[in-house]
Design a protein around this ligand. Structure first.
Ligand SMILES: [Zn+2]
Length: 109
């Protein structure tokens, strides 16, 4: 069975206990240290995306694969990974290679 989304759970519970109760329970949960810690962890997390270029699929460090109709993550205003929720950093393989070469060159000096 497909897991319910937060909105579906909220709608289902609203019919049983009233929307105000649901809102009160959600507000109580959101104020707990556990919830705040989970949100903070998600915001700290990063997902590194690489690709051959704009016409090729992108692969994220969390394992996500993504294809854009036009442009890449930056051109499509994608700031967070849709799979893991991490902050998205994207580089083409060429950009990664030239950055690695620059680091190697700096180390050789
Ligand atoms: Zn990810």
């Amino acid at each position: 069975m497909k897991p319910e989304t937060a909105i579906e759970i909220s709608d289902r519970l609203s019919g049983q206990v009233g929307a105000e109760t649901v809102r009160a329970v959600l507000a109580a949960l959101e104020s707990t240290p556990e919830y705040k810690s989970l949100v903070a962890d998600a915001r700290r997390k990063e997902c590194f995306w690489t690709s051959d270029g704009d016409d090729s699929p992108w692969e994220g460090s969390c394992g996500v694969a993504w294809m854009f109709i036009d442009g890449g993550p930056e051109e499509n205003q994608m700031a967070y990974c849709p799979q893991c929720g991490g902050k998205l950093t994207a580089q083409t393989y060429d950009e990664v290679a030239s950055e690695d070469a620059a680091i190697d060159a700096a180390r050789a000096e």
